[in-house]
Design a protein around this ligand. Structure first.
Ligand SMILES: Cc1ncc(C[n+]2csc(CCOP(=O)(O)OP(=O)(O)O)c2C)c(N)n1
Length: 350
């Protein structure tokens, strides 16, 4: 198999239909729909609050990409070690990360998941297996490989997960990491969220092919390419990838094809940057992962229009409540700046 071109998967006129949910567990679908909605509405709230000037840290929104983390997290355990990057709200929330703690973190408040010290790009919650996100592109990939090595040495069937974008595959460290993981047969799932853009540049202007799975092939790592806006397909390939890594068979690579509705950073849609982004965005909204699942559930009679409205209302009010509570919490005291760093001679600084 060759992986040089994503073909229909990168064509925004395709896959606008409701998902094929035949044979799926309705309870799981309902859970996944709710989680995607939580992620969508939490990120919309963050976007609105950036616009309103309430949030001062940079926020990279992944609206439109919700199905990837939701499908994958279905198969993960709290003892696994999951690493994100700069666009990781969905990775954190899909594992069960607390919305209040996410909001408190982007507001720099003491109740945040990183104690208000990190902001949107430094999320962490060890209790759910979210081992951290950092802004430096590609930087978490080798750390995830190290965590996979530790998991292998612990021999407890834990795995590591490394989320990154298509832009990160242009970093040398990505290739070194794949090579090492393959050589040492490490229990890791590499997940490339290929949204076709790195900052404002389309992959067509950056790489000779638009598929990143070819890099896995070069390192003898098995790979699957999937519609990242189809949570059913995503859940199925994620199961294969996670079982492969957990069984001791070595790394697996998932290329999930998607699109972000908002710009590189902040709430703007950035339709004035990049090749055809303004035309494509309208079409990609037709491949909405939330709407495609909701429509399928409605067609199958699993979810009535009233149920859908109720779900939306319930999730929206829980988001508003979490925001309200987060906005009412305190900032950390200035002295806390030195509490969480490795430094022995505090007096020298005071
Ligand atoms: C080493 C490094 N180089 C450049 C940047 C600036 N930068 C931040 S995000 C980004 C693009 C990343 O694109 P991709 O990996 O595809 O993720 P996406 O933003 O599309 O989710 C760049 C160039 C950075 N943070 N770190």
């Amino acid at each position: 198999m060759t992986y040089s071109n994503l073909d229909r998967l990168a064509d925004p006129t395709q896959f606008h239909h409701p998902l094929d949910i035949s044979g799926c567990d309705p309870a799981l679908l309902a859970e996944q729909l709710k989680m995607m909605l939580v992620i969508r509405l939490a990120e919309e709230k963050i976007g609105d609050m950036v616009t309103a000037g309430e949030i001062n840290c940079p926020c990279h929104l992944g609206i439109g990409q919700e199905a990837i983390a939701v499908g994958l997290s279905t198969h993960l355990q709290a003892t696994d070690r999951v690493f994100g990057a700069h666009r990781s709200h969905s990775h954190y929330l899909a594992l069960g990360g607390d919305v209040f703690e996410l909001f408190a973190e982007v507001l720099g408040r003491v109740g945040g998941c990183a104690k208000g010290m990190g902001g949107s790009m430094h999320l962490y919650d060890g209790n759910i297996g979210f081992a951290g996100s950092v802004p430096i592109v590609g930087a978490t990939i080798p750390i995830a490989v190290g965590a996979a090595l530790a998991a292998k040495m612990d021999n407890q069937h834990q795995i590591a997960v490394s989320y990154f974008g298509d832009g990160a595959t242009e970093e040398g460290v990505f290739h070194e990491s794949l090579n090492l993981a393959a050589m040492l047969k490490l229990p890791i799932v590499f997940v490339c969220e290929n949204n076709l853009f790195a900052s404002h540049m389309h992959i067509r202007l950056r790489q000779p092919g638009n598929s990143t799975a070819r890099f896995a092939q070069a390192h003898h790592i098995p790979a699957e390419i999937v519609d990242g806006n189809d949570v059913v397909k995503m859940t199925a390939v994620a199961q294969k990838a996670v079982e492969h890594a957990r069984s001791g068979a070595g790394p697996f690579f998932l290329e999930t094809v998607t699109y972000r509705w908002r710009g590189h950073v902040g709430p703007r849609e950035d339709t004035d940057v990049g090749l055809k982004r303004s035309d494509d965005l309208v079409l990609w909204k037709g491949r909405d992962p939330v709407q495609r699942l909701a429509a399928a559930m409605e067609n199958a009679g699993i979810m009535s229009p009233d149920n859908l409205v109720n779900l939306h209302t319930t999730v929206k009010s829980s988001i508003e409540d979490a925001w309200q509570r987060a906005a009412e919490t305190a900032f950390p005291p200035q002295t806390a700046l030195l509490d969480l760093v490795y430094f022995s001679n505090q007096e020298a600084l005071l």
